[in-house]
Ligand binder design. Sequence first.
Ligand SMILES: Cc1ncc(COP(=O)(O)O)c(C=O)c1O
Length: 378
Amino acid sequence: MRNYRQEFSDFSPLVYLDCACQGAFPKVTAERVHHAVELKSQPQRLKAPEYFGLPDRVRAGIARLVGADESEIAITTSATQGIGVVAAGLNLGPGDEVVVRVANFPSNLFTWLHLERKGVTVKVVRSSSEEASVEEVAAQMTPRTRVLALDWVSYSTGYRIDLAAFGSLIHERGGIFVVDGTQGVGANELNLHALPVDVMACAAYKWILGPYGTGFAYIAKNLLNKLDLPVINWHSVVGAHEFDSLPKENFRLIPEARVFDSGETGNFINLHGLESSLEYVAGVTPAAVHSYCRRLLRRAEEGLRALGFVVSAAALPGHESTILCFRAANSAATAALHQKLTANHVVVSLRHGMIRVSPYLYNDEADIDRLLEIARPA
Ligand SMILES: Cc1ncc(COP(=O)(O)O)c(C=O)c1O
């Protein structure tokens, strides 16, 4: 069997179970970023393909990863940017309504709440349980609902929503479905063309193992011409790569999602790293990442339940992801356990009263057993 652990740097004596916080570069990506640093140290080596070919290759890699066309992918710096260009581009105003969950990551919450200044009504679903129920969300919808914005995989519980069910709900009402895919893309199979999703924004520094400051937005073709573009990126006009013959007036926009690319799109240090990690993830495959991590998390779940801990809704069949959260009898005990794990070199996150465990291919059963050993009450 392939030894994934060797493909990453050595974490020992640490046990790193926090990919949902920050993904680690595989060694191949670290080498590639080093190459990019050399280019910047000898800038005469930087040529046009770095600025134009590299972003196009990255765009193609993202499109393959999520089951979309290259023309539907914008290269961004964050999930926030992707959600932001859509929220701003829809030109919503008084009378328009948006439905979000309070449990969304702030990128997919504040961006929408910020539209209240324009008279948009933002309905915030505050679920009583960790799960997002279709009924609760449906109850907030009216004929004026223009957008439903949800996270695919919850950063605080690991619960993965049914994209088809929520997408159909908003499509039946004529609105658009905006999804933050940050905690899911790269670690779960995805075919956006087969799903009722109009926008998927994603940060690439977690499960895609990309550099911090990289991300993308998928914008479905039929939505593109409905979005206003308040800020022009000169890289995205027709003929941009022919810099000397670029018309100074009467420029034309390329009718693709790339018009929403972040400025200085060919950020070669970041994009070399992102390209390499996209290749790595495509090579191991998101399906294999998912099943490998699930195997480890099933072991964790069993052990944690046996020790008396409560595990998150991410353990529910059909809603599993590569994240599992758990808690002790009360929040003080959970926080104390988090401290104990940290002191014993087990790196996990504490999120809203639960301990979040998010393994990757560099982990194995011994890492989970170490977590369980330290979690065992004295
Ligand atoms: C669900 C989710 N979305 C987005 C982000 C990061 O957002 P941004 O790229 O806007 O900083 C995180 C980071 O933890 C996250 O968990």
